[in-house]
Design a protein around this ligand. Structure first.
Ligand code: PHE
Length: 475
């Protein structure tokens, strides 16, 4: 077993798992979802999802992984037999697809970081057209100030950096990288928040973010909150089973899961606190009442414009730091996404880590090519007729979201009907002597057996109906 590698201790594990959780989902998606869905109302629903549905699933996943000491497939297989192994495979596939689109967006962020910190992107007259040019011309190797514009190359580089780290193994690669990037990420985030709160009109941004707008409370708000919470905590696809399999028996799983959930939620919350004062500063500068903050434009169009307003020096510093933050967040997530299929091949097929890492990384990069091209280069992928005219990236991302909540639901059924709750309790009590008599045990037993499977099952079906047909047509 020891040849599989493990985390050196509690801190290493927590930082790596929190690194997996903290990602583009927190920094980019959470703020705009909150902005669109009634600010604090969304935050409130999100927190309920975390408490009621995510925390139990997280503790369950880590317990499964640590008990079995194997990859996602191997863990389900070992504890539940061959058929349950397919659930692990389903998760591994979901991870592969998530990474295929995630790496494309991470590549954009990497390109923006280089162009803002070392190039002159902030001098662009029109950030909207630059962004469409940038994502459209995937292969454009022309350069601005010696820096290429090809996002093909940027995402290739991002995948290569991920692969270099994962190929070093658990302690020397994954743990070491997270131990540097996670503290740096928090420091940059807090630094930018402090600065953004000093800008004119910042308080109006804070108010917009934090004052609840109940008129925005719709059934879709609940779906968005749930999907976002699952995605943000990296649940339902085996990342935490895999990381849990490298966790020592002496560690306390229930408290680690609480810290990881809290760390992730804090970053999501703080990202909103960073972004909205900036956005409202821009509105003040431009004397407009609203700027588009939905989807990719938020960080790739609106924020660069704000950094531009800050002037050449400060803009470069704040903007460069912001995109470095996004890159760190994305990288700690891509590492965990790559580790899931890698662990499968290393554990099950006894292949060498280094070879597997590069092979899988290349494969996933290739899978990402149509996604990259769906932003305009191949028009057929830009407007999918069967998916309300949305692009292929959105389609893949949505399908992944759905597979996560389904994966989480099936995991609860696995624990309840196959592995049995008392076995989970036994695993959770290792490293936590008080567990058996604790409230946490009662809470986890109740939620995993009754609340999560039902709510996750019903919500997953409703989300599917909503995505393809629109839920409002049903009622
Ligand atoms: N949690 C990451 C984010 O918020 C994404 C992710 C999903 C990472 C699933 C690993 C597994 O960006």
């Amino acid at each position: 077993m020891s040849s599989r590698g493990n985390f050196s201790g509690r801190i290493g594990f927590i930082l790596a798992a929190a690194g997996s959780a903290v990602g583009l989902g927190n920094i980019w998606k959470f703020p705009y979802l909150a902005g669109q869905n009634g600010g604090a109302v969304f935050l409130f629903i999100y927190l309920i999802c975390i408490f009621l549905l995510c925390y139990p699933v997280m503790a369950g996943e880590i317990a499964i992984g640590r008990k079995a000491g194997s990859d996602a497939y191997g863990s389900y297989h070992k504890l539940g037999g061959k058929n349950w192994g397919y659930l692990g495979l389903f998760g591994i596939l979901a991870g592969i697809f998530i990474l295929s689109f995630y790496n494309v967006v991470a590549g954009w962020a990497f390109g923006y970081f280089l162009h803002i910190a070392f190039g002159d992107l902030l001098l662009e007259p029109d950030f909207g057209s630059f962004f469409s040019f940038f994502v459209n011309d995937v292969l454009d190797v022309s350069s601005t100030k010696g820096l290429t514009n090809s996002n093909f190359l940027f995402s290739l580089m991002f995948m290569a950096i991920t692969a270099v780290i994962v190929s070093q193994g658990i302690q020397k690669g994954i743990e070491a990288a997270n131990k540097i990037m996670m503290p740096a990420l928090y420091a940059i985030l807090i630094g930018i928040i402090i600065y953004s709160l000093t800008l004119p009109n910042a308080i109006s941004g804070v108010k917009f973010y934090l004052i609840p707008d109940f008129a925005e409370l719709k059934i879709q708000t609940v779906f968005e909150g749930l999907k976002q919470a699952f995605f943000s905590l990296s649940l339902g696809m085996g990342a935490l089973i895999t990381y849990g399999s490298y966790l020592k028996k002496s560690e306390n799983i229930t408290s680690s899961a609480a810290v990881i959930s809290l760390a992730d939620t804090t970053v999501a919350f703080l990202s909103g606190l960073m972004v909205f004062p900036l956005v409202h500063f821009l509105q003040y500068k431009l004397q407009v009442t609203e700027v588009a903050t939905a989807g990719p434009p938020l960080i790739f169009i609106v924020l660069p414009q704000i950094f531009h307003e800050m002037g050449p020096v400060l803009g470069r510093i704040v903007g460069g730091s912001f995109f470095l933050l996004v890159c760190f967040a994305a990288l700690t997530s891509t590492i965990s996404l790559l580790e899931v299929p890698v662990a499968y091949l290393v554990d099950q097929k006894k292949m060498k880590r280094k070879n597997v890492v590069w092979g899988i990384a290349l494969l996933i990069f290739i899978l990402g090519l149509p996604i990259m091209a769906s932003q305009g280069m191949i028009p057929a992928l830009n407007k999918l007729p069967f998916y309300k005219g949305q692009d292929f990236l959105v389609f893949v991302a949505d399908m992944c979201d759905i597979s996560l909540t389904i994966g989480g639901c099936l995991m609860c059924l696995f624990i309840t009907y196959r592995w049995k709750i008392h076995n989970m309790d036994e695993e959770l009590s290792i490293g936590n002597e008080n567990y058996m008599n604790s409230f946490v045990r009662k809470y986890l037993n109740f939620t995993i057996q009754y609340v999560c499977p039902v709510l996750l099952g019903v919500l997953s079906v409703m989300v599917i109906i909503d995505k393809f047909f629109g839920i409002e047509n049903l009622f």
